[in-house]
Write a protein that binds this ligand. Structure first.
Ligand code: PEP
Length: 253
């Protein structure tokens, strides 16, 4: 069965104290208000992972994600953090291929493939991000663009490896811009992604993969987006920094 997931990507925001307050508030609201079967993920900055994880330990619906991982196992890679290190502090999910990392850190398809392998080798779940820039959509090339992103990083995985992957569709023009994809635009791209996945992997695996939408998702538009057949939840940036908004998004299923 497909998991319904709402993941909050905190990016490079919040001091340590603010991060602890935010996660405590989310933890309490999720316990008090969220019914049903939703996997809630928070992705704080690296230095806060362990402390944030300790606060969510007693909540069996909440899980910890990292925003990045090294493609290397260990060694002389100053400033990098390995999948094994993340696992050892309780991280279960890793965001891989976010457009900000592709853009500002020049992460290419092959590097992302190695990061996927590194996460999967540790039994962790990659949240693999894809999504087109505005000029590709305006030129009506968005399907091909996203299809290539999927093919170039995911297609080298085995069926067993792919079973662990969650995909997030994040059109770059919708990230942090307040401009959301319409539910129809999201649905048609999610259906396309699922179809591409079914060509690369077995059909059952593609059917069972959670595909999240990301891009200016908020409490006002989440219900409509999440009601689409192939939208299995959201990867939330700005709105995940406010406990009320994030919880209301979680409650939108
Ligand atoms: C993101 O960067 O993953 C994201 C979806 O950001 P926002 O919700 O702020 O658009």
């Amino acid at each position: 069965m497909r998991k319904r997931i709402v993941a909050g990507n905190w990016k490079m925001n919040k001091t340590y104290e603010e991060a602890l307050s935010l996660v405590s508030e989310i933890d309490n609201m999720v316990k008090d208000e969220v019914n049903g079967d939703v996997t809630v993920i928070v992705a704080p900055p690296f230095p806060y992972l362990q402390s944030v994880g300790k606060l969510t330990q007693g909540n069996d619906r909440m899980f910890l994600a990292a925003q990045n991982v090294s493609e290397h196992e260990s060694g002389a890679f100053t400033g990098e953090v390995s999948a094994a290190m993340l696992k050892s502090v309780g991280v279960e999910y890793i965001i891989i291929g976010h457009s900000e990392r592709r853009m500002y850190h020049h992460e290419d398809a092959q590097t992302l493939y190695k990061k996927l392998k590194a996460a999967i080798a540790q039994g962790m779940t990659p949240i693999f991000c894809c999504g087109e820039p505005l000029e590709e959509r305006d030129a009506d090339r968005h399907f091909d663009y996203v299809g290539k992103q999927l093919h170039d990083s995911l297609s080298y995985l085995s069926n067993e490896e792919f079973d662990q992957v969650v995909v997030a569709y994040e059109p770059i023009w919708a990230i942090g811009t307040g401009r959301t994809a319409s539910s129809q635009q999201a649905q048609e791209m999610h259906a396309y992604i699922r179809e591409q996945l079914s060509r690369m992997f077995d059909a059952e695996a593609a059917f069972n993969t959670s595909i999240l939408y990301g891009g200016s998702c908020n409490p006002g538009n989440a219900r409509e987006l999440f009601s689409q057949e192939d939208v299995d939840g959201g990867l939330i940036g700005g709105a995940s920094l406010k406990s009320r908004d994030f919880t209301d998004i979680i409650k939108s299923f």
